[in-house]
Design a protein around this ligand. Structure first.
Ligand code: GLN
Length: 488
């Protein structure tokens, strides 16, 4: 069965001819058909596209060709990333009927690597949320406990991998939307350095924060998928120039003389006790790996969530202006163009998206700009300086990824602020543009996964992978599968 393999070993079996890519894909869809009614990870499936790719893989294997890395390994894609000829809904009513006329750069890259794209996954509408409950499409459940949320906003992509419907998926992370669901679902999820992965073809939420990001069940598979996604793209003006290192080449190197930093503002205090305990145990693991551990204060962290909700909503209010009933998806005709805009947007957007458009428009309105947006940008700058000072002393910073394990469906839906605080540890990373990875580090009393976040300076993905891999080897916490679902 493929669900017990790593993505890299599945790829090797396909390359060697031991498994056919078509047979692997058939098995994948059998699993999706059997499980997704319960889990709810997918908004739509793209069988034609996936089988076309899998057939091409098998032909190349027969012809004796060497395949690109991860060729033949099925992939799920978050439904805010364009795949040509297939719907992109962003789990919003406003995109009803919209079919992508082009591929995102990330999509082109996975296609060039012959990875079958099996379907598009559910998300909080326009990636706004931390539980996937803001989706207008469906409820996605956490495979570790079907009464609980998978996290969000990339909850569908996380649930797809946690239930082994696919071994790999793509999400997007603006304030934690890959790392937090990875934490709640026992997965690895990496938010790359801002600009490392092209945003072309990702539906913009907050452009200065958004990054397409990979999910997998272990660190090596995550590194392999990032290898495919990373690199300069002329079609994204914020894309980073420069060579991308070969992550898998250095990932096994020992982590001697590692300097690990703890952020005093995110040391587990005030978090769920089991999360705090698992974090302390993780520090012991680092000590056993020979690391030196020091504590630092990053005082502006206490303003990060507030600044984020000004900056992200300001950018969203501008980015979402394009959904006007004229160019994309839904149109509710009014007596004139203005009324068409109003009716379409009133009916098309859900409550959280509206809340954010109103908040963002207010923050940018004349007279308030300096008081809110200007101030939030200053805090962002301050936060950058504070992180930069710490990088002189440490290789990685660590903290719990999420203050709690997966919460119950409905538990936080009436309290947006408590939902916003789910991202207290992930948001600072997006504000300063650095990379960070979530890896599993334990379980709570209900056997729900707990996640650890490792952060590094700009473009330190190679180090993060090496350290995360060493940690994963030391703890054995990888390729986790919820028992209940492995029986299906
Ligand atoms: N949960 C955060 C929010 O609601 C982050 C979302 C994201 O990363 N896309 O904005």
């Amino acid at each position: 069965m493929t669900e017990n393999l790593s993505a890299l070993s599945l790829h090797q079996k396909i390359q060697s001819g031991e498994r056919s890519a078509v047979a692997v894909l058939e098995e994948t869809y059998r699993r999706i058909d059997a499980l997704d009614g319960k889990v709810g990870a997918f908004n739509s499936l793209s069988r034609d596209l996936a089988f076309e790719t899998a057939q091409a893989v098998d032909q190349k294997v027969k012809a004796g060709e060497t395949l690109p890395i991860l060729a033949g390994v099925p992939l799920a894609v978050k439904d805010n990333i364009n795949v040509k000829g297939y719907p992109t809904t962003c789990s919003s009513k406003i995109l009803h009927g919209y079919v992508s006329p082009y591929d995102a750069t990330a999509t082109l890259k996975v296609k060039a690597h012959l990875m079958p794209i099996v379907g598009k996954t559910n998300l909080d509408e326009f990636a706004m949320g931390s539980s996937t409950e803001n989706s207008a499409t469906r409820i996605t459940r956490n495979p570790w406990d079907l009464d609980r949320v998978p996290g969000g906003s990339s909850g569908g992509s996380a649930a797809a991998v946690a239930s082994s419907q696919t071994l790999l998926s793509l999400g997007s992370d603006t304030g934690g939307s890959v790392r937090q669901p990875a934490s709640l679902c026992g997965l690895v999820g990496l938010k790359p350095t801002y600009g490392l992965v092209s945003r072309y073809g990702l539906v913009a939420f907050a452009s200065s924060l958004d990054q397409i990001s990979p999910f997998a069940r272990n660190v090596k598979d995550t590194a392999a998928l990032l290898q495919i996604l990373a690199g300069f793209d002329t079609r994204d003006s914020s894309s980073l120039q420069g060579d991308v290192p070969n992550y898998l080449q250095t990932i096994d190197q020992p982590v001697s003389k590692l300097r690990v930093g703890v952020i005093s503002e995110l040391n587990g205090e005030g978090m769920q006790p089991e999360v705090a305990a698992a974090f302390q145990a993780s520090l012991d693991t680092f000590r056993k790996l020979g690391a030196e551990i020091q504590t630092f204060s990053i005082p502006s962290i206490k303003y990060a969530v507030a600044s984020y909700y000004i900056i992200a909503t300001a950018e969203a209010s501008s980015n979402l202006a394009r959904f006007d009933g004229v160019r994309y998806g839904l149109r509710e005709e009014g007596e004139d163009i203005y009324n068409t805009y109003c009716k379409t947007r009133a009916q098309g957007f859900g409550p959280e998206v509206k809340r954010r458009i109103v908040l963002g428009t207010f923050a940018l309105s004349s007279g308030y700009y300096d008081a809110y947006y200007g101030k939030a940008q200053k805090i962002r700058q301050l936060l950058k300086h504070e992180f930069d000072k710490v990088w002189a002393h440490v290789d990685v910073l660590v903290c719990p990824t999420s203050p709690t394990t997966a919460f119950k469906i409905g538990e936080k839906t009436n309290d947006p602020v408590s939902m916003y605080l789910s991202d207290i540890a992930t948001i600072p990373v997006n504000l300063v543009g650095i990379p960070a990875i979530n890896i599993p580090c334990g379980f709570d009393d209900l056997k729900l996964p707990i996640g650890l976040q490792l952060m590094g300076p700009h473009r330190s993905e190679e180090t993060l992978f090496r350290v995360a891999h060493a940690f994963e080897q030391a703890t054995g916490l990888c390729n986790l599968t919820p028992a209940e679902l492995s029986l299906v």
